[in-house]
Design a protein around this ligand. Structure first.
Ligand code: 5GP
Ligand code: ZN
Length: 134
C-alpha cells in the first residue's frame, strides 16, 4: 500500500510519537486528539477495516489495546477510557488502514463521545433478528 499514511507510520517510514511497538503493531499518539493521550493502535500490515483483519491479528490488536489502555490510564491518571474502531466513511473512518482509538476520559472534561439513546421497538427488534445472520 504505497500511499497509505498509516502503513508508513506503523512501519517507521514516517515518524510518530510511539508509546509501544512490537513486531505486528505500533501504538501512537493521535495528531487530532479528542482528549489528552488519545492514541491509535496500528497493525504494521495493511488491512482497510475490521472485516479484512485476520482473526488472529484482531485478537492480538485487542490484547495490545488492553495493554496500552492500562498504561494510558495509569500514566495519565485518567478516570476511564473508550476503545473505538470506525469502519467506513459513514461510521467516521477517514484513514482506510485498520486502527483502534484509545481515548482516555477525565471526570468533568471533554464529552468526546456520545449519542442520544433511542428506544428498541418490537418492530425493529424482530426485523433485526430476522435480517442479521452472524
Ligand atoms: P478515523 O477517523 O479514520 O477513525 O481516525 C483517523 C485518526 O487518525 C484521526 O483521529 C486523526 O486525527 C488521526 N490521524 C490522521 N492522520 C494522522 C497522522 O499523520 N498522524 C497521526 N498521529 N494521527 C493521524
Ligand atoms: Zn496501510
Amino acid at each position: 500500500m504505497g500511499d497509505c499514511i498509516f502503513c508508513k507510520i506503523a512501519n517507521g517510514e514516517i515518524p510518530a510519537a510511539t508509546l509501544y511497538e512490537d513486531e505486528d503493531f505500533r501504538v501512537i499518539l493521535d495528531l487530532g486528539p479528542g482528549s489528552k493521550g488519545h492514541s491509535l493502535v496500528l497493525p504494521k500490515a495493511h488491512y482497510a477495516n475490521i472485516y479484512e483483519m485476520p482473526d488472529e491479528l484482531l485478537g492480538k490488536a485487542m490484547a495490545v489495546a488492553k495493554k496500552a489502555a492500562a498504561g494510558l490510564v495509569k500514566g495519565l491518571e485518567a478516570d476511564g477510557l473508550n476503545v473505538i474502531q470506525n469502519n467506513g466513511l459513514t461510521a467516521g473512518q477517514t484513514v482506510f488502514h485498520f486502527h483502534m482509538h484509545l481515548i482516555p476520559r477525565y471526570e468533568g472534561k471533554e464529552e468526546v463521545i456520545g449519542w442520544t439513546p433511542g428506544t428498541l421497538t418490537d418492530e425493529d427488534k424482530e426485523e433485526i433478528l430476522a435480517k442479521v445472520k452472524i
